[in-house]
Write a protein that binds this ligand. Structure first.
Ligand SMILES: *[C@@H]1O[C@H](CO)[C@@H](O)[C@H](O)[C@H]1NC(C)=O
Length: 271
């Protein structure tokens, strides 16, 4: 007998299910309403492309910033892009684009194939994640040449070519990629706080033309991080597990990177 408790977790199970569709070249999108940390509601667009073996998650923040997260399962790379509206009255361009590239580990997010089959029963429900994962701090002290970045992931160029000089990765990721045969010309190591004595956090810098260490935070408020399995006993008493829903997670990322001018890191002032 299946007992369904009315806890938020089990409601989550019953609200998502799998569409019975054939998997060849599956492409699908899901719109999920989520509550952001500041209480506002935003609509997240989750797209799965099972042929490219990738997932895209996109949402707009209240300040107009467009956040895009891309998981490339073919090359085990994840991409975060922020399109930040510039302050024209402060001499900034119309928007600023930042791209952070890092390795995708297994079990961070459900597969593109599972994602492509996911449907929700009530698209108007406002969702909050079942599990809040700890915020990760990432020191992005290597610049990536976006023209050559196809070697890491073929999805980087289209996603990050707007971010002319703001494509970053971590040193540990670079070392891993160099070990797998990626050319060194893809990367350029940036000055770090330890190498540039006096490199301050942009928060404490007053001069807009001074270099500093900038931080940018991204929060993925809701994403399917795990599959849930149920069991049904057949007439012979055998039970086989089957996919019956997803677990949703939320996770924050704090990226820190070198910037040549505080002018490119004005959000640190408003924080
Ligand atoms: C990136 O690589 C391209 C192609 O090799 C090169 O022309 C360009 O100068 C490089 N950009 C930077 C900033 O090094």
């Amino acid at each position: 007998m299946l007992v369904r408790f009315r806890s938020p977790g089990s409601v989550g199970v019953s609200l998502f299910f799998w569409a019975l569709v054939l998997s060849a070249g599956l492409c699908s999108e899901l719109k999920v309403r989520v509550r952001l940390a500041d209480g506002r509601i935003t609509e997240e667009l989750l797209e799965a492309d099972s042929e490219r073996d990738s997932i895209t998650l996109e949402y707009r923040q209240a300040d107009g910033t467009l956040i895009t997260f891309l998981a490339d399962f073919k090359q085990d790379v994840k991409i975060f892009r922020a399109l930040i509206l510039g302050e024209l009255e402060r001499g900034q361009s119309q928007y600023q684009a930042l791209c952070f590239i890092t390795r995708l580990s297994h079990n961070e997010i459900i597969s593109s194939e599972s994602m492509a089959r996911l449907r929700q029963k009530n698209p108007h429900t406002i969702r909050t994640a079942e599990e809040k994962r700890p915020t990760e701090t990432l020191s992005m002290n290597v610049a990536v040449n976006v023209t050559l970045a196809w070697q890491l992931s073929t999805l980087i160029y289209n996603t990050c070519s707007l971010a002319h000089d703001g494509v970053y990765t971590r040193e540990a990721d670079m070392r891993h990629w160099l070990d797998t045969g990626i050319e060194g010309s893809v990367f350029e190591t940036l000055p770090q706080a330890v190498e540039v004595p006096g490199l301050q956090s942009c928060r404490s810098v007053k001069d807009l033309w001074q270099s500093c260490s900038c931080s940018y935070s991204v929060r993925l408020e809701w994403y399917p991080c795990l599959l849930k399995y149920c069991r049904n006993k057949d007439s012979l008493g055998h039970s086989a597990p089957y996919k019956c829903g997803i677990k949703s997670c939320s996770k924050g990322y704090d990226f820190t990177y070198y910037t040549p001018h505080k002018q490119l890191c004005l959000w640190e002032e408003e924080a």
